[in-house]
Structures are given as structure tokens and as C-alpha cells.
Design a protein around this ligand. Structure first.
Ligand code: HEM
Length: 171
């Protein structure tokens, strides 16, 4: 009789433990978190979405008088011989693609070298200030919106990603 009782409590203990452990683990895998398993790259619409956002952002930059002085050489270049804005678009798209979890490999200048006032293609002898950087971020977000990205949480994740380059770009 005693052995049967011990046998029963052993089974109860075993199933009780299995139940508690499975409850603990199921708490970690809420369905609500499913959206977070997507990379920012996917949320932005992968390569096509990023290219379209960058394209619109360049137009927003070109119409912001705080930003245009920095792009004067590139704008001229576009009408001349050099690769100009097209190359910039590709390079910025590669940079965002890689940083957001895509497969591209950015191969341009470092953020510091590209944005130094000594870079002749910056067309500006002044350094980029925090205020200029803010205007640039606004133009990037506005471009993303124009490209059809309207989800606020995706836009704020995108802005946070772009924010990470501030310390390399603003001296
Ligand atoms: C989130 C912030 C920024 C990112 C991620 C970014 C990204 C880039 C990238 C990837 C390049 C290409 C570098 C190369 O071709 O080797 C570039 C170049 C350039 N960026 Fe930015 N940039 C940012 C902010 C700014 C700001 C605030 C300005 C000025 C208002 C600016 C002006 C320029 C200019 C003029 C170039 C051309 C330089 C060249 O062709 O040598 N960028 N940027």
C-alpha cells in the first residue's frame, strides 16, 4: 500500500514539474512578440523599400535650405561627369541595408571620413552641427514616410538606427 502511495506521489510530482516548466517556457514565447522577430531590414520592405525611402529622402534633403549647402558639389557632379547623387543613394542604401540586418556590405568611406569638413565633396568648410544632423534625420524620416512606411514604431526604430551615427558625424 505504502509503495503504491509513493508511486502515485512520484507520478504527481513528475507531471506537476512538467506543467510548471511548460508554463514558465510558454510565458517567454508570447504571440505578441511575433512582430519583433522581423529584422528592421524586413520591416522597411527589404532592399526595394530602403532604396525607395533613400530616393525620397534625397529629394527631401535637396529641398531643405539647411542641408543643400552640404550637397552643392554632388548636385553639380550629377550634371557633370562624376557619379554624384546616384552613387550617394546606392552607398546610403548599402549602409542602411547592412545596419538594419540585410545582406549588403557597405564599402564606402567611414562615417567620420565622409562627413569631415575637409572632404572636398562635402562642399562646405563648416562641420555638421547637431541641428544640421536633426534636419537630416527629419529628411530621412520624411522620405521613408513618402515611400509608404507609415507604422510609427518602425519609423522610430529607423530613426534610432540613424541616430547611432551622430557621434561619428557631428564632431
Ligand atoms: C544618419 C546620418 C547619416 C548617414 C547614415 C549618412 C550616410 C552617408 C553615406 C553612407 C555616405 C557615402 C560615403 C561614401 O560615398 O563613401 C554619405 C556621404 C555624404 N553625406 Fe552623409 N550621412 C548622414 C548624415 C549626413 C549629414 C547630416 C550630412 C550633411 C548635412 C551629410 C552629408 C553628406 C555628403 C555631402 C556626402 C558626400 C560625401 C562624398 O561623396 O564624399 N550626411 N553619407
Amino acid at each position: 500500500m505504502k509503495t503504491i502511495k509513493m508511486y502515485h506521489s512520484g507520478i504527481l510530482f513528475f507531471f506537476g514539474s512538467v506543467l510548471i516548466i511548460s508554463m514558465l517556457f510558454s510565458g517567454c514565447g508570447d504571440d505578441d512578440d511575433a512582430g519583433d522577430q522581423q529584422s528592421l531590414y524586413q520591416k522597411l520592405g527589404e532592399r526595394a523599400g530602403i532604396e525607395s525611402a533613400v530616393e525620397k529622402s534625397i529629394l527631401a534633403i535637396a529641398s531643405d535650405p539647411d542641408l543643400t549647402p552640404f550637397f552643392a558639389v554632388l548636385l553639380q557632379d550629377e550634371n557633370g561627369e562624376g557619379p554624384g547623387l546616384e552613387a550617394l543613394k546606392d552607398n546610403i542604401a548599402d549602409f542602411i541595408d547592412e545596419a538594419s540586418g540585410g545582406n549588403a556590405t557597405y564599402s564606402g568611406l567611414s562615417m567620420q571620413a565622409a562627413h569631415a569638413a575637409t572632404n572636398p565633396r562635402m562642399a562646405n568648410t563648416e562641420n555638421i552641427t547637431n541641428a544640421t544632423y536633426d534636419s537630416f534625420l527629419d529628411a530621412m524620416i520624411s522620405g521613408a514616410k513618402q515611400a509608404g512606411i507609415s507604422n510609427e514604431s518602425i519609423l522610430s526604430e529607423y530613426r534610432n538606427l540613424l541616430e547611432q551615427s551622430r557621434s561619428s558625424i557631428v564632431p
